[in-house]
Design a binder for this molecule. Structure first.
Ligand SMILES: [Zn+2]
Ligand SMILES: [Zn+2]
Length: 347
């Protein structure tokens, strides 16, 4: 059996190719992909040929935010059946290294992750009409749209970030950067009981999405660069928890004046040269935490979406057919209009 796939050969060189797919094993599932979201890694791989030290050095099928419909299952599969709509968890931890053994699968020493050039050979992703996956990667999503289901991965990133913050219940929460991850994090923080959520971005499209996801106040830091500090830095700060989702070093630094003493700052975005004001870190006893991917949060994210307890529709801004992936990479550049840009596949 054959499938079309979006294969990246290197910087700005993406091709639609036909690939052979084999038979399903006893615990495997063949899924017809319906929707796939472009994520930061796909965009960097396409535009720059890599991210920092991670370089695309051989052809790789892109995509790690995918959902589809089950077509065939192996003899030992019990969690899904043909016709089930599923969100596909993109991570395949080894299950037996020392981090997998203590429930920290996101730190697996032998992780395989859809559409990741981190290891060689690169791990192929899910931008393809048909894919064979392991049964445990399939999260049933009822009859929710596959475009919504394909948001389970970025939502899981947000849920893991919230778990790393401790709790947001009854807290004042700041979200720096209201792109797809930040806006989904707003929705999750609201569901998790945040008392007040303020979202900051440089563009209006993300800010209006953040309002729809549950932010009470937004700040356009391009139009009003001083507003965040002016309004929230008095009396040693205002926020209990801050999430840095932009990956810009300056944004991380700007959070320290507005987060209260003993507050938590979670770095979700990765910055090459974050400026951390150590005086404030020490003097205000700020807890600075990182967050990396997710594990247990993926099925929770899929369920929250399937039940529309978090309605992700405000973040899906455009959908193009998979053979227009090159155009999709152009469309997603316009942050004044775009949030999550998705591909649709053969139906
Ligand atoms: Zn992603
Ligand atoms: Zn492992």
């Amino acid at each position: 059996m054959k499938t079309r796939a979006c294969v990246l050969y290197g910087k700005e060189d993406v091709r639609i190719e036909t690939r052979e797919i084999g038979d399903v094993g006893p615990k495997q599932v063949r899924v017809r992909i319906g929707a796939g979201g472009l994520c930061g890694s796909d965009i960097h791989y396409f535009r720059d040929g890599g991210i920092g030290t991670i370089q695309v050095s051989e052809p790789i099928i892109l995509g790690h935010e995918v959902a589809g419909t089950v077509e065939a299952v192996g003899g030992e599969v019990t969690n899904v059946k043909p016709g089930s709509r599923v969100a596909l968890c993109p991570s395949l931890p080894c299950g037996h290294c020392r981090f997998c053994q203590i429930g920290q699968q996101q730190h697996c020493l032998d992780m395989q992750f859809f559409g990741s050039a981190m290891r060689k050979p690169h791990c192929n992703g899910g931008f393809r009409d048909e894919i064979i996956v392991e049964d445990f990667q399939c999260e049933p999503v009822g009859d929710i749209g596959l475009d919504e289901a394909a948001c389970a991965e970025p939502l899981a990133v947000g849920l893991h970030a919230i778990n790393n913050a401790g709790s947001v219940f009854g807290k004042r929460v700041l979200v720096m950067g209201a792109g797809p991850i930040g806006a989904l994090l707003v929705g999750a923080a609201k569901l998790a009981g945040a008392e007040e959520i303020v979202a900051v971005d440089l563009a209006d499209a993300p800010l209006s999405a953040a309002i729809k996801m549950g932010a009470m106040t937004t700040v356009n830091a391009l139009a009003e660069p001083d507003r965040l500090a002016r309004r929230y830095s008095g009396d040693k700060g205002y926020f209990d928890v801050g999430f840095e989702c932009t990956g810009a070093g300056v944004a991380l630094g700007n959070m320290f004046p507005v987060v209260k003493p003993r507050g938590v700052i979670v770095a979700v975005g990765v910055s090459s040269g974050a400026h951390i004001p150590f005086n404030a870190l020490v003097g205000k006893e700020i807890h600075l935490a990182g967050t990396h991917r997710f594990h247990a949060e993926y099925p929770i994210a899929a369920r929250m979406i399937a039940e529309r307890r978090i309605d992700v529709r405000p973040i899906i801004s455009a959908t193009l057919p998979m053979d227009r992936i090159r155009d999709a990479f152009d469309v997603v550049r316009d942050r004044s209009l775009q949030m999550k840009v998705q591909l649709s596949f053969a139906t």
